[in-house]
Design a protein around this ligand. Sequence first.
Ligand SMILES: [Zn+2]
Length: 81
Amino acid sequence: MIFKWIIFGIILYIVYQIFFKKDNIFSKVKEASKKSARKKSQKEDSEIMVECEKCGIFISSKEAIIKDGKYYCSKKCAGVK
Ligand SMILES: [Zn+2]
């Protein structure tokens, strides 16, 4: 009779472990997707790809030279000496 309860306990423990592990995996995936989403939005906020007015090359807004409200890829394109 005691043996039955031990087996029942083991099964209960295994089932609990499976559910616990599953929950852990799901929460990790959720966290990872949240992190990547956050990274993406941050990148979009800080780095916008802009087209050079002169040569048409796409560069990030950080590296772009802004002259008269227009973006240029380099000083040469902007006409700045
Ligand atoms: Zn250019």
